[in-house]
Design a protein around this ligand. Structure first.
Ligand SMILES: Cc1ncc(COP(=O)(O)O)c(C=O)c1O
Length: 325
């Protein structure tokens, strides 16, 4: 186990997978050099896609000289829930998992906006799809900029249906689930769009490849329910809370039809990586004037304040990573 404290230059790599800009990753709680964080090619996780993960951000505040991790405990709780549902015998202690991740950031001495990942793989050698262990837990904290290249997304309603609780539960953040969103994004890009939204088999709006969706229609802010084939997004939850408690507007959590989006005044997507990003058009039908609407802008602002502990302070969502002076 290495325990060096070494300053690392933080480069904004955007959405790429370029050269490593951090020295250490974590494997089963131990620091390993970036290049040594490997799985065997016959690992069950690679053969059958057996693994769950979390992805979330930390934000650097120049004013505070502090790095804040956003809703770490809630992400670790969802990771543990995912492991329970798909029967992966990984670690269950949320506090230990959270502290390991924060320790990794400190060990790399990172001071800039980060994307953090926790991956739990079933790492049996040449195993079977139903293996529940042994597991390997990898953690990474890597500089990251904007998720989308653009603001104001042109979105296609995908011809692919969102997978469902009867097949591959979307509330589980399982590696294998991402093939579904991948197909939707590839189709959307082929057709000249930036992003995709998927419908449930019943035809309700579900979510995108890595983001939940909201619309403002007839003066009501609405988002699909947890039972309409979505990942129960932590950003979605944050947005609902900010809308209700700070803006004083209620949020209708109800099934949404595709054609409601066409006649919405505002549509936005949100996620830990995606943040809050407005939708300019759906299937080429313009939303408003194509710019971010008033409520979307207010929620974008509030979310950016919340991630550095300047809004929803009562929730203690933004966790300082370094000791406060
Ligand atoms: C399929 C899917 N939906 C929604 C989200 C948004 O979830 P969160 O806000 O917890 O990041 C994500 C992001 O991880 C996702 O992958």
């Amino acid at each position: 186990m290495t325990n060096l404290q070494e300053s690392t230059t933080v480069k904004d790599r955007g959405n790429t997978t370029a050269e490593p800009s951090v020295r250490y990753l974590l494997r089963d709680g131990e620091l390993v050099e970036y290049a040594d964080a490997r799985l065997h090619v016959l690992s069950t996780s690679l053969k059958y896609g057996v693994g769950v993960f979390e992805g979330f951000r930390a934000y650097w505040s120049e004013d505070d000289g502090q790095l804040y991790a956003f809703r770490v405990g809630d992400h670790m709780r969802r990771l543990v829930d995912s492991m329970r549902v798909v029967e992966i015998d990984g670690p269950r202690d949320i506090d230990v998992l959270s502290e390991q991740l924060l320790g990794l950031v400190r060990a790399n001495n990172l001071r800039g906006n980060l994307h953090m990942r926790v991956q739990v793989f079933v790492d049996s050698s040449d195993g079977k799809p139903e293996d529940t262990g042994p597991v390997s837990v990898f953690m990474a904290a890597i500089p990251m900029g904007n998720y989308f290249g653009a603001t104001g997304l042109h979105v296609q309603i995908s011809s692919w249906a969102r997978l469902s609780d009867r097949s591959m539960p979307p509330r589980v953040k399982s590696i294998a689930n991402y093939q579904n969103g991948r197909l939707a994004v590839l189709e959307a890009r082929r057709n000249g769009y930036d992003a995709a939204l998927l419908l449930t088999e019943a035809g309700h709006v579900a979510e995108g490849a890595g983001y939940n969706v909201f619309m403002l229609r007839q003066g009501r802010l609405c988002t699909p329910p947890a039972t309409d084939s979505i990942l129960e997004g932590i950003t979605r939850d944050s947005v609902i809370h900010l809308a209700r408690t700070v803006l004083g507007i209620d949020v209708d959590i109800r099934p949404i039809d595709r054609t409601e989006l066409y006649s919405a005044d505002e549509v936005f997507v949100c996620g830990s990586a995606a943040e809050v990003n407005h939708v300019a058009s759906v299937d080429r039908a313009p939303i408003g004037d194509g710019g971010a609407g008033e409520i979307t802008r207010q929620l974008q602002y509030l979310y950016q304040q919340a991630v550095i502990g300047r809004a929803a302070q009562d929730q203690q969502w933004a966790l300082p990573i370094y000791p406060t002076a």
